[in-house]
Design a protein around this ligand. Structure first.
Ligand SMILES: C[S@@+](CC[C@H](N)C(=O)[O-])C[C@H]1O[C@@H](n2cnc3c(N)ncnc32)[C@H](O)[C@@H]1O
Length: 257
């Protein structure tokens, strides 16, 4: 089984009601901003859909979903999982920065969550795709690792800043054979990531014409960012005494007027 399929608890999805923990948490945050509090019956575009576990969770919640990603291997995994589970989704292979041109139709909800814009160099262009994909009145959702979290040294024996919070558009180059998905190694070990301060994320969405409805910051993560993190009911967090010192995630919900 490919490394990421093993790490995402694919077997759990054979239980017909199972939704990913990421989507379960996000649907609760989104509910006040959705018609009837649910994605049921909505057209949803899931950006950076990876191997489809969150995409298919949205399908199970009743949405018609288009999953967008640029990795053919990840999309093949997603399509295979959909087939095995008997679920329908549309998969589009494209750079998310070209998504508007590549995806047909428009959407009530554009959704992206956990492991997203740190791979993208250009937030203005990203936000423009989102605005283009949404119908008037449509909703945008992102939850992801907080830029303050990404400035920390995950291997330090305490909370220690190591990486720039203000990335100034310069990529950070990582050369690691392991991935966030846990045990195992990958063949292509070099990745490029971009530090985006919270203000840049919010201003990119405002610049694309979206209205910000809500911004939240959280103290738990769905993955173990640092070996010092401890398991908590909804994922991982810093040890108790440090938990209120730094944010781990942010969530932004916005609307196209
Ligand atoms: C870390 S995964 C996280 C997605 C999802 N939350 C999950 O855990 O399944 C990030 C995904 O974004 C995709 N990706 C990265 N940069 C992209 C880009 N520029 N355009 C489209 N997809 C991209 C990667 O191929 C990967 O599948």
């Amino acid at each position: 089984m490919p490394l990421h399929e093993a790490a995402y608890g694919i077997d759990d999805f054979y239980a017909p009601e199972h939704l990913s923990s990421v989507v379960r948490a996000d649907l609760a945050a989104l509910a006040p901003f959705l018609p009837n509090g649910t994605v049921a019956g909505l057209d949803v575009c899931h950006l950076q859909c990876h191997i489809g576990t969150d995409t298919l969770s949205l399908v199970r919640a009743g949405a018609r979903v288009t999953g967008v990603g640029f990795s053919p291997a990840a999309l093949a995994s997603a399509a295979g999982l959909a087939k095995r589970l008997g679920l329908e989704a549309t998969w589009v292979e494209t750079d998310v920065l070209d998504a508007r041109a590549a995806v047909s139709g428009d959407f009530d909800l554009v959704y992206t969550s956990i492991g997203t814009i740190n791979w993208l160099p250009d937030l203005g262009r990203w936000a423009g795709q989102i605005a283009g994909l949404l119908r008037a009145g449509g909703t945008f959702h992102i939850r992801d690792g907080h830029p303050v979290l990404y400035a920390l040294d995950e291997h330090a024996d305490g909370l220690r800043l190591r990486h720039p919070y203000f990335g100034h558009g310069e990529p950070q180059v990582w050369d690691e054979e392991s991935t966030y998905a846990g045990d195992g190694t990958v063949n292509h070990s070099r990745t490029y990531q971009w530090a985006h301060p919270l203000s840049d994320i919010i201003n990119a969405l405002i610049g694309a014409g979206l209205h910000i409805l809500r911004v939240d910051e959280g103290a738990t993560l769905p993955w173990r960012f640092s070996p010092r993190m401890v398991e908590v009911p909804d994922g991982f967090a810093w040890p108790d005494v440090e938990r209120d010192l730094v944010p781990c995630t942010y969530t932004i919900i916005a609307r196209k007027p």
